[in-house]
Write a protein that binds this ligand. Structure first.
Ligand code: C2O
Ligand code: CU
Length: 454
């Protein structure tokens, strides 16, 4: 950061101090064992469904640690295909990023891998495979990583809601046709059963006066959620793990695949005895996601400071030319019949060959470490594309050429049909970072590329 403050790049100077400064390492090492393997999950009553899961559960475990702690994950692959673990949104050393053929070799069936890193940011993150993720994530491989603030704000409950959808066949079991032409011609695979923490419309019990932090994570392959709480009025306090400068009401919040949002929800004392619905308003029929039943004795609402983020204004960035421009489109061809492209190129995770990694890319995209860059995404298609960049947070600067001052960091931004979005960022971590669509079928068919930061 010191070099950034002294930088001759005025945008980088505006950025200095934006990411909350990491506490000094605590020296604590938190060890976890994470095993990917087949399991069963009762999504519908009396209908045990074969799934793939971390530690046998859907969702996988919530790994919790404090900022400054080192996490050491002993990962074992008991699947019948190769996999890796990617730590979505976490600024890890590049070698821990879980990208096959780029940052590590795939973990073969029966093999193990040690992931070890010290997160630099507190917040809500998640992890998932980065090989055939369209199949592996859909079958149930995902988990949440929570990095607590050194001085966490006081909440009555700090809960994780993993939002997902599943495509079940007429037997009520997972439809095992992955990356279909239908998925590719649309916004990926959209399921017919919605779940929160692996359950259909669960009810959460809260006491009047309680204050909840709900960490919502969208792990779906393609579905966008717009969670609405109606009469309950929570505030968003963090997006993609990073604190907002000011809590802001949950209105027109889209949670695209990959996105996380933390909300601060106070249960009104007057709500005693009521049941509230949380619905998804992105789909037309507004399905119920979960219910909150208010029961029991009123409690005193905990108060205290919510962590606040700093977002650089970057007002003059409009005049800057983009450092990188990515055109998003599809064409006929490739192993699935339709392939999604970035600037007309496709990237594949075939895990490389014995001769070394092979990802099929010809163009190298690079960004300078510690310097401001503007990236332009141009959606030349009529489909949705939640674009995600590994190892960095960015701010949306403009939509369709109109500047916006979005007071939040993100690691994934949703592009609507034919939309153009400019984002600004200052990469702080060296390495080869992926940039891809988080609709997993789009990514699988090629919509991925690499950005080298040096
Ligand atoms: Cu969750 Cu490469 O992404
Ligand atoms: Cu896409």
């Amino acid at each position: 950061m010191d070099s950034i403050m002294a930088s001759d790049d005025p945008f980088a100077r505006e950025f200095a101090g934006s990411y909350p400064v990491s506490a000094s390492p605590t020296g604590v090492v938190r060890e976890f064992t994470l095993t990917a393997g087949p399991s069963t999950w009762e999504l519908l009553p009396d209908r045990p469904m074969p799934v793939w899961a971390y530690n046998g559960r859907v969702p996988g475990p919530v790994l919790r640690l404090k900022l400054g702690d080192t996490v050491r994950v002993h990962f074992v692959n008991n699947l019948e295909q190769a996999t890796t673990v990617h730590w979505h949104g976490v600024r890890v050393p590049n070698s821990m990023d879980g990208v096959p053929g780029v940052t590590q070799d795939p973990v073969q069936p029966g093999h193990a891998f040690l992931y070890e890193f010290t997160p630099k940011d507190a917040g809500t993150f998640w992890f998932h495979p980065h090989i055939r993720s369209s199949e592996q994530v859909e079958r149930g491989l995902f988990g949440v990583l929570v990095v607590e603030e050194p001085d966490p704000p006081r909440f009555s409950q700090d809960v994780v809601w993993v939002l997902d959808d599943w495509l079940l066949d007429s037997y009520g079991l997972l439809d095992e046709r992955f990356v279909t032409r239908r998925d590719l011609a649309h916004d990926g695979r959209w399921g017919n059963v919605l779940t929160v923490n692996g359950k259909r419309t669960p009810t959460f019990e809260a006491q009047p006066g309680q204050r909840w932090r709900i960490r919502m994570v969208n792990v779906a392959n393609g579905r966008v959620f717009e969670p609405r709480f109606f009469d309950l009025a929570p505030n968003i306090i963090a997006m993609d793990g990073m604190p907002l400068p000011e809590p802001s009401p949950v209105a027109s919040l889209d949670l695209a695949p990959g996105n996380r949002v933390d909300v601060d929800l106070v249960i009104p004392v007057a709500a005693a005895g009521k049941v509230f619905e949380v619905r998804d308003t992105f789909s037309r029929d507004h399905p119920v996601l979960a219910r909150i039943a208010v029961t029991g004795q009123p409690v005193v609402t905990p108060d205290g400071e919510i962590p606040r983020g700093k977002i650089p204004p970057w007002r003059k960035a409009d005049a800057e030319d983009p450092s990188l421009v990515f055109h998003l489109n599809a064409r006929a061809g490739g192993p699935y019949g339709i392939e999604w492209t970035i600037n007309g190129e496709v990237m594949r995770h075939d895990g490389g060959t014995e001769q070394g990694p092979s990802h099929g890319l010809h163009t190298r995209h690079s960004l300078a470490l510690g310097r401001f860059a503007k990236i332009r995404f141009v959606n030349d298609s009529a489909r949705l594309h939640p674009m995600h960049i590994h190892g960095v947070f960015f701010k949306v600067l403009a939509r369709d050429g109109r500047s916006v001052d979005e007071p939040r960091w993100r690691d994934t931004v949703l592009l609507r049909a034919r939309q153009t979005i400019d984002v600004g960022l200052v990469p702080l971590d060296e390495g080869q970072w992926m940039l891809h669509c988080h609709i997993l079928e789009h990514a699988e068919s090629g919509m991925m590329t690499l950005v080298e930061v040096h």
